[in-house]
Design a protein around this ligand. Structure first.
Ligand SMILES: Nc1ncnc2c1ncn2[C@@H]1O[C@H](COP(=O)(O)OP(=O)(O)OP(=O)(O)O)[C@@H](O)[C@H]1O
Length: 662
């Protein structure tokens, strides 16, 4: 063994004979000692090898409440990291709600209404609720289904909607009429214990009606009010007849017993309805008072009731004669401030009111109007049977107000609330591009000229009398801008008028009348309306060309040199400004939000949003001036460098999808 060991190399265990070692190697110790020890290995592992690389010291978390908080974060904050198994269901829901949504591919989902959410203005109505209402609406498709007095039903067909080929209720009418008429199962009038139509006191019913613009909300609240008036009148007539019969029998008894009595001279007593209306409709502007007043007048021709519209557009003598006419008054249509000042002088004015309607409730219950409106509600409450709040939008402020003040209110909301109909198309004109280069006024004038030119092309071949005048409404954000812009447009040959609170109210009503003119739809138009109201999206090809978006400016650059206010529609007749380039057959109304609420601009097919509206509420009201009652319409929004393009984009996308804005 020793011999063999002596020939082995202590490192590689090869025999010295087979593998000669380098000459420099010399054993430092006797070979015998080396043989007895375990041969050392060159591949000895470190005892720390299992620990891995030393970890860097964890950095102290930066306070998120510092100027740099939230910067350069490579890991999600703690609340986003969770193990589903170790947290409660409630906690899990909370975390999931706040965590960014993950799309299937792991990419962050794009929020289609991110910018609108940041300035969320509208109250949310769940899609489940909208869906369930849709089902209920399918069941009622005729005015005959509602428990209206025959004379009221007749007034709809022969008065309010006269001229329509076939008259069917709109969604809000299908929803509101049964509720306001107190129909239990949608067919019969529900009569509660101790309750009559208008006479005896009962608990006040409260309703919030909300439906898209131009959907017939006025008739939805007006018909039940008139129906209730007529029923109360019938009851009173009956009571009067009984009283008269009793009086006659007493007189007959006296005559029979031959009692002597001096005949007292007959006294002309004023009617109980003189200066004591039974129903009041409140609206924010004199124009709306005129509009709703005109509708009630039409209904009254058949139904026979007395209505009085009062606003600052009338003189005090006219107002007095209407309110205190000896023949009495049943319904008063007014603005809150005027009514409040009259009620201060004559506290009994509201003593018999059983029905109070607050139309455009989103305006009348906002900060500026709310104290006056609320004071009127409070004064009328003792005799009130029904309070109806009506609006095209439910802003969050209105939602909170109703929840606080009228928690028992029944909410009647249509499935398309807050959605701008798909039959309205919104185009964008970039005012920063050639040829406008930031000149908003110029962009507005050019847009109007293009719409006018297109109208002229459409009208070609028709006689002058057949040519319909094109009506365009331009909305600005600032009141001061209305006059200035109208003046500029006139200087460019456009027939433009400004409408603002500064204008004379009587003149305003006259100007607006040219843009509303409620015309009856012919039968073929009605069919088109039906098709459109089925909410089919309109492809851009369906619509006539108007200046739009970037493609519009590109078209103009590529095909022709810019020639503002030129050619075809050139009228040789100079306008009042002596400007020979006059856009014929087109009239423009420049206004602020004042006019955007409720005005039934049936004749308007184009709306220009000179400024980007501040909120989605303004978008809804302004674009709501077109596309009314199934008609098609087009909006053009002018967008500059300072404007929220993301908001405009989201509104357009929402409109295309037929989605409710937020
Ligand atoms: N059932 C119906 N069928 C056809 N047209 C109708 C019907 N009901 C109402 N209209 C018409 O629809 C138009 C719009 O009605 P209305 O002004 O009441 O709308 P609105 O919902 O109050 O609009 P906004 O929210 O802008 O005030 C009116 O010209 C009205 O005559």
């Amino acid at each position: 063994m020793f011999r063999r060991a002596a020939t082995l190399c202590p490192f590689c265990e090869a025999t010295a004979a087979l593998r000669p070692h380098p000459p420099q190697w010399r054993p430092t110790r006797p070979l015998s000692t080396l043989q007895k020890r375990k041969p050392p290995s060159r591949m000895t592992l470190s005892p720390n090898v299992a620990r891995g690389a030393p970890r860097p010291k964890p950095a102290r978390p930066r306070s998120r409440n510092s100027p740099f908080g939230g910067m350069n974060i490579t890991a999600p904050p703690r609340e986003y990291q969770y193990d589903k198994r170790n947290i409660s269901a409630a906690e899990q829901r909370r975390v999931t709600r706040h965590a960014p949504r993950q799309a299937k591919g792991g990419k962050e989902a794009k929020d289609p209404m991110k910018a609108l959410k940041m300035q969320r203005a509208l109250s949310n109505v769940s899609y489940e609720k909208r869906g369930s209402v849709k089902q209920a609406l399918l069941e009622r498709d005729s005015f005959d289904e509602f428990d209206l007095l025959p004379v009221v039903r007749e007034a709809v067909v022969q008065g309010a909607l006269a001229g329509l080929a076939d008259v069917t209720p709109t969604p809000i009418q299908r929803l509101a009429l049964p509720a306001l008429l107190g129909m239990d199962d949608g067919r019969r009038r529900k009569r509660k214990e101790g309750v009559d139509a208008m006479g005896a006191k009962r608990e006040m019913q409260q309703f919030l009606l909300a439906a898209e613009t131009g959907s017939g909300k006025t008739l939805a609240y007006a018909l039940p009010v008139i129906d209730a008036l007529k029923r109360a009148e019938q009851l009173e007539d009956e009571a009067e007849r009984t009283a008269l019969a009793a009086k006659l029998s007493i007189q007959a008894e006296k005559k029979a017993s031959q009692l002597f009595e001096l005949d007292s001279p007959p006294v002309e007593e004023p009617l109980p309805t003189t200066g004591r209306p039974r129903a009041i409709i409140l609206l924010p502007t004199a124009e709306l008072v005129a509009q709703v007043g005109a509708l009630l007048k039409t209904l009254s021709h058949t139904t026979k009731f007395r209505s009085a519209m009062i606003s600052t557009a009338y003189t005090s003598a006219v107002i007095r004669s209407r309110l205190f006419a000896p023949s009495g008054v049943d319904v008063v249509i007014s603005t809150p401030h005027l009514l409040s000042s009259i009620a201060a002088a004559d506290p009994n004015l509201l003593s018999r009111v059983t029905h109070l309607v607050i139309d455009e409730a989103d305006s009348l219950l906002d900060r500026s109007f709310a104290p006056t409106t609320q004071a009127l509600i409070d004064r009328a409450t003792p005799s009130l049977h029904q309070l109806v709040l009506c609006s095209a939008t439910i802003p969050r402020s209105l939602d909170a107000y109703v929840q606080k003040r009228f928690p028992a209110a029944t909410r009647l909301v249509t499935p398309n609330l807050h959605a701008i109909p798909r039959r309205v198309q919104l185009s964008v004109v970039d005012i920063e591009k050639v040829p406008y280069q930031g000149n908003r006024d110029l962009a507005c004038a050019q847009t109007i000229w293009d719409i006018g030119k297109e109208a002229a092309e459409e009208d070609e071949g028709e006689s002058t009398s057949e040519r319909a005048s094109r009506k365009i409404v331009v909305f600005v954000n600032e009141r001061e801008k209305t006059l200035e812009l109208a003046e500029y447009l006139r200087s460019k040959g456009v027939d433009a008028t400004a409408l603002s609170r500064d204008s004379d109210e009587r003149k305003q009503t006259e100007i607006l009348a040219a843009f509303t003119g409620a015309v009856a739809l012919p039968a073929n138009q009605k069919q088109k309306m039906r098709a459109a109201s089925s909410d089919a999206a309109i492809s851009p090809a369906d619509l006539p060309h108007t200046p739009s978006s970037s493609s519009y400016s590109r078209d103009r650059r590529d095909t022709a040199p810019f020639a503002p206010f030129s050619d075809e529609t050139f009228s040789p007749v100079p306008n009042s400004h002596g400007n020979k380039r006059h856009l014929a057959n087109t009239s423009v109304l420049v206004m602020t939000d004042l006019g955007s609420r409720g005005i039934d601009t049936l004749l308007v097919r184009h709306v220009i949003l000179y400024d980007v509206p501040h909120t989605s509420i303004d978008f809804i009201h302004r674009l709501g001036r077109v596309g009314r009652m199934g008609r098609r319409g087009r909006g053009v929004v002018l967008v500059g460098r300072q404007d929220r393009r993301d908001v405009v984009r989201e509104v357009r996308e929402g409109m295309f999808r037929g989605q409710a804005l937020i």
